[in-house]
Structures are given as C-alpha cells and as structure tokens.
Design a protein around this ligand. Structure first.
Ligand SMILES: CC(C)(COP(=O)(O)OP(=O)(O)OC[C@H]1O[C@@H](n2cnc3c(N)ncnc32)[C@H](O)[C@@H]1OP(=O)(O)O)[C@@H](O)C(=O)NCCC(=O)NCCS
Length: 142
C-alpha cells in the first residue's frame, strides 16, 4: 500500500476525541478529556496520520520537550487494523526529524519502550539506556 495515495501526515495533534480513541483502541491506558486536552496543547511537537478514505486519525506520536536539549517521545499509537503498514515508522521518523531540525545540537531524545514498540524504536536507531533505568512514581492519592 502506497502511503502517499492513502494517508496524510499532519504536523499537528489529532482532534481530542481521536486522541482519546487512539490511545484506547491501541491498548494504552485511557485518559480523561482534561488530560487529553493538556496533551494536545502542551506538547513541543505533535503529528498524526490521517486515513484519507475514512477521514480519521489512525496513528500518532508526540514530543514533550523544553526546546533546548531534553525531548521525550510519547503517545506512539497506531489503530490495530492499521498496524504493520509502516505508519509508526513514519510517525517516529517525523518526530525525530523535527527535533533535529528545531533543536540545538546534541539533543537528549528519550522514550519508554513498551514491548510492542521495541522493534520499531530499534529500527529507528534508539538504544537501551545503560546502566540507567527508567523509573516511575506510582500515584497514591493523598
Ligand atoms: C508500536 C506501534 C505504535 C507501531 O506502530 P505500527 O504502525 O504498527 O508500526 P510499523 O508498521 O511502522 O512497524 C514498525 C515495526 O514494528 C513492528 N511492529 C508493529 N506492530 C507491532 C506489534 N504489535 N508487536 C511487535 N512488533 C510490532 C513491525 O513488525 C515493524 O517491524 P518490521 O518492519 O521489521 O516488520 C503499534 O504497534 C501500537 O500502536 N501498539 C500499541 C500501543 C503501544 O504499545 N504503543 C507503544 C508505546 S511505547
């Protein structure tokens, strides 16, 4: 399937409902509209792929960053029925190209690689952070 004949790469966020649906349908944790709205407006760069025939967002990814040196890639998701067609690769290559183009030399580009994304990220040139480890703070209501 030819990308240019079927899809458009849009250098902007999808609509809020599309963002929430993409996360949910790709099997990522669900977010509230309040959380989603902040993701759409608060990112350094966002892009998504639209299926021309269906007229909807089918893949996305974004960069959270300071614009100086620290950039974190998040929300990589492709709808299940569109996976394995190279859309994720398009998205991550676009995010990295945007960082290369818009950031000073030597940016620090990170992501948390869930198992479904590992192969894609390795293909795009990412390596494990050794000996460092990604960590998170489990949320406990006070
Ligand atoms: C990870 C994800 C975004 C990849 O999107 P995609 O559009 O299918 O990616 P591509 O078609 O460009 O595939 C890139 C490579 O990843 C591999 N890949 C794609 N989906 C995969 C999956 N579910 N499991 C394992 N590998 C997968 C492909 O085989 C391909 O490698 P290949 O070229 O050697 O065949 C997509 O699988 C997804 O949305 N997964 C669920 C959500 C998720 O886990 N997101 C990652 C959070 S870190």
């Amino acid at each position: 399937m030819n990308f240019a004949d079927n899809f458009d790469l849009i250098p902007d966020p999808p609509a809020l409902e599309e963002y929430l649906a993409l996360r949910k349908d790709a099997g990522l944790s669900q977010k509230t509209p309040e959380q989603g709205a902040a993701a759409l407006t608060g990112s350094w760069f966002f892009c998504h792929v639209r299926d021309r025939e269906a007229g909807r967002a089918v893949a996305m990814g974004r960069v959270i960053g300071d614009g100086g040196w620290c950039f974190h890639i998040a929300d990589m998701a492709t709808l299940p029925e569109f996976q394995g067609r190279g859309l994720g690769r398009r998205v991550i290559d676009t995010l990295v190209a945007q960082i290369r183009q818009g950031a000073p030399e030597n940016p620090y580009i990170t992501l948390i690689a869930d198992p479904p994304g590992r192969r894609l990220y390795e293909q795009a040139g990412f390596t494990e952070i050794n000996p460092s480890r990604g960590m998170e703070l489990p949320w406990v209501r006070s």
